[in-house]
Design a protein around this ligand. Structure first.
Ligand code: MV4
Length: 586
């Protein structure tokens, strides 16, 4: 086993990985960006190293810097978590070249599965069922039209070859929508993956998203940990996941498990991975493979009793899996709710800010994987998911009731989270009947019920405290170090301040609700992609005002109330900051 592992991530997943490393007796090294100096994942680790400024491409995505830090810290391996560099083959190769173990699959498997057309080709050749459609890229609309007429038929899904997770995914119901869908998928592929190549699939009208958890070691053992159902998603962001899938019976369970392991064998997989697929009318089709540990791995851990991250680390250290397929037993039912800092009533707009009082649920069979705490500032720079709530019980019904109980105990003051959304959704008949809830999560009227007066900003009566840097020379084990201490200023008598830890207060304007009457301010920083209204226009509550791109996500900003657009302070292509005025609607 390794002595020391660097965790190249932040937030809940960094802490999740460090917990397992601690249990294995492995030392932990955190990395962080400037605004994350004080973050829980940094305090959790044995050692921590600064990477650079806040934007991920200057910190969490800088391959050379992370490899250099690992060498400097004496870490023998790097765990990438999910997101950031987790599915970056160049990073995996850079680790190899530096003599550091990448805790993940071989770079060639990352490459192969990164290209969705190559993945489909490999799976088809291995006898894994894929959604009917092309395995070669389709160059032109005319070419797409020809294959659709010849073999696929409408409706079709046009998908970016470099895509995945729904990025660069468009639907054409009929021939007259093909042009637009092709252009859209191609443009998004170019924007996100610098690859405008697209392919065509038959569009399934109401499939379930069912995925298989895989573990493969370096000794030729490939097993699966059964399936998860992640059908409750919005704009391809999963919101609720569960295991086992209700729609899967024992016979189908064995069949899709085998599809999962066949897929893993076909790409020479090693480590933990997920084979994603669509299930419709008892038919299961391969969709794509995620070559990382996923956000929702926890529900599988709860029903199998297997620590997936522990297995991942052991596999990377060269150990053989200590159990076989027949040892993996499913027990009960687990559900996970993602706790995002978003306002579901405002089109799931990001709602960054400072967490006020914070209390996590507990009690029997309740697990909280969190990267937040009281006073934690959720930065618009990073993913809005601050925590996950996972529960286990004997069956889906009991698990749902336990989740509702736990959601009720969860207190996150000072900002909007998806907690009320989850409470409302889990109480619906659609959820109880095991439906995908696809229309519900897009239903503005239903989501509008979640709107309530904005909570008072946390600790708004407190004095802000600024941090300062002080230089010291210290001696540790006979070795001299120059250290820069970043903390609260010294008190007049020269003593370090005492009392509770207080995070630095950044200047920020109120986001949403506040300001002048009728004023709509931007909840995030980004680029105005589209302005959907003109000055003087009459809009209804919930009407689309503009689309802001932030962190490569398109965010729809809607009218908080109906009225006339009296002032419009934005233009397409312009940049916008948190708290900037978008419009005044009276
Ligand atoms: C599809 C599909 C229908 N037909 N592909 C791809 C990414 C994933 N997030 C959802 N994806 C879909 N791919 C074809 N050929 C429908 C979806 C889909 C979906 C699937 C299952 C459950 C919920 C869904 C919500 C939106 C889109």
């Amino acid at each position: 086993m390794f002595d020391k592992v660097l965790v190249a991530n932040r937030g809940e997943i960094a802490i999740r990985v460090m917990r397992t490393l601690e249990e294995l007796g492995v030392g932990t090294v955190a990395v962080y960006s400037e605004p994350d100096r004080d973050a829980p994942h940094v305090r959790r680790a044995d050692d921590a190293y600064l990477l650079g400024p806040g934007p991920a491409n200057e910190s969490y995505l800088v391959i050379e810097k992370i490899v250099e830090v690992a060498q400097q810290a004496g870490a023998q391996a790097i765990h990438p978590g999910y997101g950031f560099l987790a599915e970056n083959a160049a990073f995996a190769r850079a680790c190899d070249e530096a003599g550091i173990v990448f805790i993940g699959p071989p770079p060639d498997a990352i490459d192969a599965m990164g290209s969705k057309t190559r993945a489909r080709e490999i799976m088809r050749d291995a006898g894994v069922p894929i959604v009917p459609g092309t395995t070669d890229p389709v160059e032109t609309v005319e070419e797409a039209q020809a294959v659709i007429d010849e073999s696929i038929g409408y409706p079709v899904a046009i998908k970016a070859a470099g895509g995945g997770g729904g990025k660069g995914f468009r639907v054409a119901q009929s021939e007259d929508e093909l042009d637009k869908a092709f252009e859209g998928a191609s443009r998004e592929g170019e924007k996100f993956f610098s690859d405008s190549t697209v392919y065509v699939e038959r569009y399934l009208s109401d499939p379930r998203h069912v995925e298989v958890q895989i573990l493969a070691d370096a000794h030729g053992n490939v097993i699966h940990l059964y399936e998860r159902d992640c059908s409750v998603q919005r704009r391809h962001q999963k919101l609720i996941e569960e295991s086992p899938a209700q729609a899967v019976d024992p016979e189908l369970r064995e069949r899709i498990g085998k599809i999962g392991t066949d897929a893993a064998v076909a790409v020479g997989y090693r480590s933990a991975g997920t084979v994603e697929g669509l299930l419709q009318d008892g038919e299961y089709f391969f969709l794509e493979m995620n070559t990382r540990v996923q956000v929702e791995h926890c529900v599988t851990e709860m029903v199998t009793g297997i620590d997936i991250v522990r297995e991942q680390v052991k596999i990377a250290a060269g150990e053989e899996l200590s159990f076989r397929q027949e040892d993996v037993v499913l027990r009960g039912h687990a559900i996970e709710c993602r706790i995002n800092v978003e306002d579901a009533s405002k089109n799931f707009a990001p709602a960054p800010g400072r967490v006020g009082s914070y209390r996590e649920p507990s009690g029997p069979f309740v697990r909280v994987d969190s990267g937040a705490e009281e006073g934690y500032e959720v930065l618009p720079l990073y993913d809005p998911m601050i925590a996950k709530l996972i529960v286990w019980d004997v069956d889906r019904d009991a698990s749902t009731r336990r989740m509702l109980r736990a959601l009720g105990e969860y207190e996150v003051a000072g900002l909007k989270t998806l907690i009320p959304f989850h409470q409302m959704l889990l109480a619906t008949e659609q959820w109880a009947r095991g439906e995908t809830c696809r229309d519900l999560v897009e239903d503005k009227e239903w989501l509008g019920k979640l709107a309530e007066p904005a909570p008072a900003p946390a600790g708004s009566d407190e004095e802000p405290s600024e941090k300062v840097a002080r230089e010291y020379e210290v001696e540790v084990s006979g070795r001299k170090f120059d250290v820069r201490v970043i903390g609260e200023p010294l008190t007049p008598d020269g003593a370090a301040p005492t009392g509770g830890r207080k995070a630095p207060r950044r200047e920020r304007k109120d986001s949403g609700g506040g300001g002048a009457p009728g004023e709509l301010v931007s909840p995030l920083q980004g680029t105005v992609l589209r302005v959907a209204v003109e000055q003087g226009a009459e809009v209804d509550q919930g009407a689309l005002i503009c689309v802001i791109e932030a962190m490569k996500m398109e965010n729809e900003i809607t009218a908080p109330s109906g009225g006339t657009v009296e002032e419009l302070g934005i233009s397409e292509g312009g940049s916008i900051s948190t708290g900037d005025r978008i419009a005044v609607i009276k």
